[in-house]
Design a protein around this ligand. Structure first.
Ligand code: NAD
Length: 492
């Protein structure tokens, strides 16, 4: 239920207005049109949300897992039936192309499907006769109220890295979506409402830092999942841990791809270009730096510039558009500044996306793809997450030199290699210090039944989102040791 002027919270099984009078604008990044307002939120909003989630927990955890997943089967069907309409909402507020929105919704559905296997995934283990007549078992129990704080770049997918697993395991769940893209979350919760989940099992609270802080400090919130930039991830990890919570924080990225001279260059250029410029570079798995080794420089560089130059930029709802705008005017300015910095530090703009010829692109926050060549390794840009449609090319004589560049990066979200050599691929998989590895792939996004890994400054915590990690994160292990003397056996 989106009222005309602003979005509401979903608390205790109904739509309620925030206490906050402070409203922020939500703007379509392709057109500049005002879509809605989002409340900054208050600690009072969080209090109500946590109280209703806590009240719903005792009954929800007693609901058999088999019954809990029936709501998720219904949700899967609803998401599929409404996929096209949800994709449109996502594109309107985020700017990505409609095909990119559809793809992220499919990923959301995939996570719901995996969470439907909770009756198996949540099982513990046991052993009879750990000593004579003594049996031992490990059972998994839900934590209670858990919360997730999510970013703007995947409004439909990222909440589903957490929500389905949390509730399937018997927790009650609170989502605080990005204030830049609240409408996709509202639409998801309208569908959740249609599943007839008991009141308080899922809760939506909009807001900014004040709302996040209230969740981090609330004694009844047992666990926090976060996805966003590294500085905020570090802050949330420290603050939520200090209040005794279980925390998983996925942070920012600066991903490298190495292209070896034996790579299939046509495939590599197409895939690297898609990875760097898809979603306007606003993907935590986007390639940011392409390292060509030896001879690969000659064949790869011009081809990737040609591929980037051919990308059709525009409103993501329009047919054939391949790249939408970046999220805000501020973001656009920041990215333009970073391109300028790269050139100032000695890089050469083989393609400069700051120039916009078409008048239709003037209203939105558009940039065209940029390819920078030879930004020195010492430049701050080599370690700065740009989070926009900018690809840096650097060149190295050997694969070892390329690997050293990856090792130096403060981030470790993803790294890819293009090669036709199995031995090189194996060495890369073995050595690359990143959590998501691609071999002849540009966006190494783990399927829902694998953890969304990240290393170094791209992840703080132990258990990641999705799959078995998600189940372990949202459950507590309990070990029971039992002794039953045979002489107590009654004869019936
Ligand atoms: P962000 O860090 O600005 O915001 C993320 C969330 O944190 C939002 O809900 C926001 O309201 C909240 N927030 C922002 N500042 C806060 C503060 N000071 N205190 C408390 N809460 C705060 O991130 P973003 O711009 O929305 O998203 C882009 C970032 O997310 C990029 O850095 C990208 O790499 C990262 N990301 C990482 C992954 C991953 O899996 N590692 C996935 C997607 C996005």
């Amino acid at each position: 239920m989106t009222s005309v002027g602003s979005v509401n919270n979903w608390v205790g099984g109904r739509w309620v207005r925030s206490e906050s009078q402070d409203l922020l604008s939500v703007v379509n990044p392709a057109t500049g049109d005002l879509l809605t307002h989002v409340p900054a939120g208050t600690a009072g909003d969080v209090e109500k949300a946590v109280e209703t989630a806590a009240a719903a927990f005792p009954e929800w955890r007693r609901t058999p897992a088999e019954e809990r997943i029936q709501y998720l089967f219904r949700l899967k069907r609803l998401l599929e039936d409404h996929l096209e309409e949800m994709a449109k909402v996502c594109t309107e507020e985020n700017g990505k192309t409609i095909e990119e929105s559809r793809a992220e919704l499919r990923r959301a559905v995939e996570n719901v499907e995996v969470a439907c296997t909770i009756p198996t995934l949540m099982q513990g283990y046991n052993l009879e006769d750990v000593a004579r007549g003594i049996d031992e078992m490990m059972i998994r129990q839900p934590l209670g109220v858990v919360a997730a704080i999510t970013p703007f770049n995947f409004p439909a997918m990222v909440p589903f890295w957490f929500l389905p697993y949390a509730i399937a395991c018997g927790n009650t769940f609170i989502l605080k979506p990005s204030e830049k893209v609240p409408l996709t979350a509202v639409r998801c919760f309208e569908l959740l409402a249609e599943t007839k989940l008991p009141a308080g099992v899922v809760t939506l609270v909009h807001g900014t830092k004040g709302v996040v802080d209230a969740l981090l400090d609330h004694p009844k919130v047992r666990a926090i999942s976060f996805v966003g930039s590294t500085p905020v991830a570090k802050y949330i990890y420290a603050r939520a841990s200090a209040s005794g919570k279980r925390v998983q924080c996925q942070g920012g990225a600066k991903n490298h791809v190495i292209v070896l001279p034996d790579a299939d260059v046509d495939m590599a250029t197409r895939i690297v270009s898609d990875s760097a410029f898809g979603c306007a570079g606003q993907r935590c798995l986007a390639v940011s730096i392409a390292v060509t080794i030896g001879e690969a420089q000659r064949s790869f560089s011009q081809k990737v510039v040609d591929a980037a130059a051919s990308i059709r930029v525009g409103n993501g709802l329009e047919d054939k558009v391949q790249m939408g705008p970046v999220i805000t005017g501020e973001s656009k300015q920041r990215i333009e500044g970073l391109i300028g910095r790269g050139v100032q530090d000695g890089g050469k703009a083989l393609l400069d996306g700051r120039t916009l010829d078409s008048p239709s692109l003037q209203r939105g926050h558009f940039l065209r793809p940029t390819v920078l060549d030879g930004v020195p390794v010492e430049s701050a840009l080599s370690e700065t997450e740009i989070f926009g449609p900018v690809l840096s090319l650097v060149h190295a004589k050997t694969m070892e030199e390329g690997m050293a560049m990856i090792a130096r990066s403060p981030y470790g979200n993803a790294a890819s290699l293009f090669t036709t050599s199995g031995a090189a691929a194996r060495a890369f998989r073995y050595e690359a210090p990143a959590g998501n590895i691609g071999i002849n792939l540009g966006v190494a996004a783990p399927m829902a039944y694998f953890p969304f890994s990240g290393w170094k400054n791209s992840f703080f915590g132990v258990l990641h989102g999705q799959g078995r990690d998600g189940v372990e994160f949202y459950t507590e292990e309990k070990v029971v040791i039992e002794r039953w003397y045979p002489e107590w056996t009654r004869k019936f």
